[in-house]
Design a protein around this ligand. Structure first.
Ligand code: FES
Length: 176
């Protein structure tokens, strides 16, 4: 019996994004330094740094990706691999308020379909779209671990549970 050994080598060529890397204020750089100091291996700081770049630039755009690759001494493809895996990281522009409606079983049974329909109607957009004023992005997502309080959505980093149309109105109409 023979064993086949597959030697997986990293790409030898850097990817040319055709852009200059993003730049940040000294305060943001200090915040990034503080995260890097927490980890013995630099690449371990990839997620906290991605959140900072996303916060500063609105989403993880090509200059932001290049910045991260340089700062973490990784390849651009390493950054994209992580960025495209996590739904919290956005690789295209997103609204100021991101509404992620759970559509998995418990929420579905408890009326997620109606919640999606109501939000779509209220905001005038379908899931996957952003309002023209850039305020809201609507997404359908899988279980957010709040099944006991279904139906629910996540609005940026906050959960809103046991949703009804009235509750949605209260939450969305109160946003600044
Ligand atoms: S099924 Fe909706 S939070 Fe789990």
């Amino acid at each position: 019996m023979s064993t086949q050994v597959v030697n997986i080598q990293p790409l030898s060529q850097p990817v040319d994004l055709g852009v200059e890397p993003a730049t940040f204020s000294p305060e943001v750089e200090a915040e990034i330094d503080a995260h890097l100091a927490k980890y013995p291996v630099m690449r371990s700081a990839i997620l906290p740094l991605m959140f900072i770049v996303q916060r500063e630039r609105g989403y993880l755009d090509p200059p932001g990706v290049l910045y991260l690759a340089n700062r973490l001494k990784l390849r651009v493809t390493d950054i994209w691999e992580v960025a495209t895996f996590y739904s919290m990281i956005h690789t295209s522009p997103i609204g100021k308020y991101h509404i992620q409606i759970c559509r998995t079983l418990s929420c579905k049974i408890r009326g997620a379909g109606k919640i999606i329909e109501y939000c779509s109607q209220k905001l005038g957009i379908k899931p996957g779209e952003t309002t023209t004023d850039g305020r809201f992005t609507l997404s359908e997502v899988e279980c957010l671990g709040s099944c006991g309080t279904a139906p629910m959505f996540q609005l940026n980093f906050d959960y809103h549970e046991n949703l009804t149309p009235e509750k949605i109105d209260q939450v969305l109409d109160a946003l600044p």
